[in-house]
Design a protein around this ligand. Structure first.
Ligand code: D41
Length: 685
C-alpha cells in the first residue's frame, strides 16, 4: 500500500470508528455488532503499526497505552469554574426565582429556565484546539486544577476530535465525569471477589479512577462524561440560550443529559424537580438534585455573579440519603454459594424514603476496613434501590469501654443453619459454610435465585414454599422443580388446589426462557445478570459455554481472571453438569433451539425496539412484557424491526423508524397488542 492510500484509509477508519463510538457510548444505540466494531479497530491498529509516523494523538487507538505519570501538572482555568449555590426547599427555589425576576427588572414575568439533572460526579474542563482534544483538567478549587488529559482520553464518551466542518478554533467544554451505577456495582463486585478496594459510592469510584497516575488503570474503570456547559470559546457564533448550547454540544457528539428540559417560572421548576425525583432511581447514573439556569444567555450576563457562584443558576438538592444510627448486633446470612454474609442489625432509621433496620457488611475485609463493632454509631446510606450500606463509623461515639473487633470465624465457627464447619479459603475475602448443597440454607437460596423474576421467573415460588419443599425433601436441585405434580403441591401447607395449579403452570411456563436468563439462574458465583448476558451473547449456545476453558472465558468482554475461574470451577463440578443436564431433559429451552419450537404468545416472532420514557412502564418492565408474550426486543432499528415503541423524549430510533416506515406505538398501543380483545375460540371437546 502506498503512503497516500494508507493515510486515506486511516482517515476513513478513524471517522467510521468515531461514529460508531458515538452511537455506542453516547447514544446507547449501536448500529453494528461488537464484532464488526472490533474488526474496524483491529484494522486501524494494524495499519498504524505498519505506518507508525501516521499515528495521531486523536486516533481512536490512542485512548489507552499512555505511560504512567509521576504527578499531575497544574492547569490554571482561564475562566474560573464557578460553584453553585444550593436550594433545599421549595421556598429556597421560590426565593431564587424572585431574585432573578427582580434583578432583571421583570418582577411579574415567568422566567424561562433550562432545568437539568445534577450529576453526582466531578467537574472537569476539556480544551479543544482546532477540534482536537488537547487538554483535560479537574475543577480543583475553581481557579486551578490538575491536568488529567491522559486519563480523560480513556473515557469513550469524550470525543478526541470534533467532526463538524465549522469547529471553533478554540472550545472549552465543561461537564461532569462519573461512573454509571452498573459499572460501579461491577467494579465493587470484582473488587470484593478479589479482596480489593471497595468504593463507598459511584462518585468516590469516579474520583479514585480519575486521579490514577496510570491511565491504564483509569481505562479499566469505565468512566463516563456529561457536558453541562462551555467555558472559553472562540470563532463561532453561539446560540442565544443555554438549551441551544446544549443542543449544539450534542451535535458535536458530546454526551448531554437526555433529561434536560426548558420550563417556565417557579412552578415549572418544581414540577421538573418532582418528575426527575420520581425517575431518579431508574436513571443509569446517580444524581443528587437538579440544576436550574436562566435560559437566556443575555439575561445570564445581566445577572452576573455573587462571590464565586452565578446569580443565574442554582442547584436544587434532594434530601440527604445518609443518617446516623446504632449497630445493635452483627449476624450472618448464609447465601446460595454458602458465603456467610455479615449483616448489621440497626436501630431502625428513616433514610432515603424508607425505614432501614439492616445493612449488609459484605465480608470480613469490609468489617475490618470500616472497623464496625457492635454498639457503634454509624452513618447509613441508602442510594436508590440499592441495599443500604454503612458508610463509616463515628469513632467519637464508640462506647467505653470499647467493644471488641468483630471476627466472623470467631463468632460463627460452624454454619448457623446446618452446623457444618465454616472456612475461609486462602486469598478469598469471604468465609463459607462447607456444607454445600447439604446445607438447607444454600439449597433454599439457590432455588429462590433460580426462580427469581430476572432468572427463570417462576411466579409464586416464594420463600415459604421453598422452605417447605426443601424441608420435606421434595426438592434438592432446581431440576426437581420440574418433577413436581399437582397432588404433591396441593398437599403443602397453605396451598389450595387452585394455587397449586397456578404454580404448576408457572413452572411449566418458565421452561421457555433465554440463554442469558438460564445462565444467570444457575447461580454461578460472581456471575450476575450483566455477566450472564455477556456470556450468552459471546458463546451463543450452552454447549459452547460448557466447552469453554478459563482462557476462552476470559475472551468475554468484562470477564476477568477471577470471574473466569469461578465459572470454570462451577462448570467442572460434576454435580452442576448433572443439574444442567436434568434441566434440559425436563424441557427447559431457549431461542438457541427455537427452530424446533415456535415461541408462544401474541407477539411471537415480532421484534420491538424501545425508545424514550413510557408513562407508566419502566424499560425493564416493557421488555419483560414483550418477551413474555413471545416477542423480541432489539437495541437498534432495522428493516427487520416490526414495531418501535416510543415514549417521551424519544431518541434517533424514532426518526429511523419513521424513515423506514416502521409502525410506531405508544405505551397504550403496546399494551393493547399484549392483550388483544377477547375472542371466542372454538374448542372441540
Ligand atoms: O450536573 C452537574 N453536577 C452540574 C454542575 C450541572 N448540571 N451544571 C453546572 N453548572 C455550573 C455553572 C452554572 C456554574 C456553569 C454544574 C456546575 N456549575 C458545577 N459543578 C461543580 C461545580 C460547579
Amino acid at each position: 500500500m502506498r503512503r497516500e492510500e494508507a493515510e486515506a484509509r486511516l482517515n476513513a477508519l478513524r471517522a467510521e470508528i468515531d461514529y460508531h463510538n458515538h452511537r455506542y457510548y453516547v447514544l446507547d444505540d449501536p448500529v453494528i455488532p461488537d464484532a464488526e466494531y472490533d474488526r474496524l479497530m483491529r484494522e486501524l491498529v494494524d495499519l498504524e503499526a505498519a505506518w507508525p509516523d501516521l499515528v495521531t494523538p486523536d486516533s481512536p487507538s490512542q485512548r489507552v497505552g499512555a505511560q504512567p505519570l509521576k504527578e499531575f501538572g497544574e492547569v490554571r482555568h482561564r475562566m474560573p469554574m464557578l460553584s453553585l449555590n444550593n436550594a433545599f426547599t421549595d421556598a429556597d427555589v421560590a426565593a431564587f426565582d424572585r431574585r432573578v425576576r427582580e434583578a432583571l427588572g421583570r418582577p411579574d414575568a415567568a422566567i424561562e429556565y433550562a432545568a437539568e439533572p445534577k450529576f453526582d460526579g466531578l467537574a472537569i474542563a476539556l480544551h479543544y484546539e482546532q477540534g482536537r482534544l488537547v487538554q483535560g483538567a479537574t475543577r480543583g478549587d475553581g481557579y486551578s486544577g490538575e491536568d488529567v488529559t491522559a486519563n480523560l482520553r480513556t473515557v469513550h464518551s469524550i470525543p478526541l476530535r470534533l467532526r463538524e466542518a465549522d469547529v471553533p478554533p478554540w472550545l472549552e467544554v465543561r461537564g461532569e465525569v462519573l461512573m454509571l451505577k452498573r459499572d460501579f456495582q461491577r467494579l465493587n463486585e470484582e473488587a470484593r471477589a478479589r479482596g480489593g478496594k471497595v468504593f463507598a459510592n459511584p462518585r468516590n469510584a469516579a474520583a479514585g479512577s480519575l486521579r490514577q497516575l496510570d491511565p491504564n488503570i483509569t481505562a479499566q474503570r469505565r468512566l463516563t462524561f456529561f457536558a453541562y456547559g462551555i467555558g472559553r470559546v472562540e470563532g463561532v457564533e453561539l446560540p442565544p440560550t443555554h438549551a441551544g448550547i446544549m443542543d449544539w454540544l450534542a451535535r458535536l457528539r458530546f454526551p448531554v443529559a437526555a433529561e434536560r428540559r426548558v420550563v417556565n417560572g417557579v412552578d415549572g421548576l418544581l414540577a421538573y424537580f418532582r418528575e426527575l425525583g420520581a425517575r431518579r432511581h431508574d436513571l443509569p447514573y446517580e444524581i443528587d438534585g437538579a440544576v436550574y439556569k436562566v435560559n437566556d444567555l443575555a439575561d445570564q450576563a445581566r445577572l452576573g455573579f455573587v462571590a464565586r457562584a452565578p446569580r443565574f443558576a442554582i442547584a436544587h438538592k434532594y434530601p440527604a440519603q445518609e443518617e446516623l444510627t446504632v449497630v445493635e448486633a452483627i449476624e450472618v446470612n448464609v447465601g446460595r454459594t454458602g458465603a456467610l454474609t455479615p449483616v448489621a442489625r440497626l436501630r431502625p432509621v428513616f433514610v432515603g424514603g424508607v425505614t432501614v433496620s439492616n445493612a449488609t457488611l459484605h465480608n470480613q475485609d469490609e468489617i475490618d476496613r470500616k472497623d464496625v463493632r457492635v454498639g457503634d454509631t454509624v452513618i447509613v446510606r441508602r442510594a436508590g434501590d440499592v441495599i443500604p450500606e454503612i458508610v463509616g463509623v463515628v469513632l467519637d461515639r464508640r462506647p467505653k469501654p470499647e467493644p471488641p473487633r468483630f471476627d466472623i470465624l470467631q463468632h460463627y465457627p460452624v454454619c448457623p443453619v446446618c452446623g457444618s464447619r465454616v472456612v475461609r479459603a486462602e486469598g478469598e475475602a469471604v468465609v463459607r459454610c462447607s456444607g454445600g448443597l447439604y446445607c438447607p440454607a444454600q439449597r433454599k437460596q439457590a432455588l429462590l435465585h433460580f426462580a427469581s423474576r430476572r432468572a427463570m421467573d417462576v411466579e409464586g415460588l416464594g420463600e415459604k414454599l421453598v422452605d417447605q419443599l426443601v424441608d420435606l425433601g421434595l426438592v434438592h436441585t432446581p431440576a426437581d422443580l420440574y418433577r413436581l405434580d399437582l397432588p404433591t403441591l396441593a398437599g403443602l401447607e397453605r396451598m389450595a388446589q387452585k394455587s397449586a395449579g397456578n404454580l404448576l403452570a408457572a413452572i411449566e411456563k418458565s421452561k421457555h426462557t433465554t440463554l442469558a436468563r438460564f445462565i444467570y439462574a444457575l447461580g454461578i458465583p460472581n456471575v450476575g445478570e450483566a455477566t450472564a448476558g455477556d456470556l450468552a451473547r459471546h458463546f451463543g449456545s450452552l454447549d459452547a459455554l460448557l466447552a469453554a476453558d478459563v482462557e476462552a472465558l476470559q475472551q468475554v468482554q468484562d470477564v476477568g481472571p477471577v470471574v473466569a475461574r469461578s465459572i470454570a470451577d462451577f462448570l467442572a463440578e460434576p454435580h452442576n453438569r448433572q443439574v444442567i443436564g436434568a434441566l434440559r431433559s425436563a424441557g427447559v429451552h431457549w431461542a438457541e433451539d427455537a427452530g424446533q419450537r415456535t415461541p408462544a404468545g401474541p407477539l411471537a416472532g415480532k421484534t420491538f425496539v424501545l425508545t424514550g420514557t413510557l408513562p407508566s412502564l419502566a424499560r425493564d418492565q416493557a421488555r419483560d412484557l414483550i418477551e413474555a408474550a413471545g416477542g423480541k426486543v432489539s437495541g437498534s432499528v432495522s428493516k427487520k424491526t416490526d414495531y418501535v415503541v416510543a415514549g417521551a423524549d424519544p431518541g434517533s430510533k424514532l426518526d429511523k423508524a419513521q424513515a423506514l416506515g416502521i409502525p410506531v406505538l405508544d405505551e397504550a398501543g403496546l399494551l393493547s397488542l399484549l392483550s388483544p380483545p377477547e375472542t371466542t375460540q372454538d374448542r372441540s371437546v
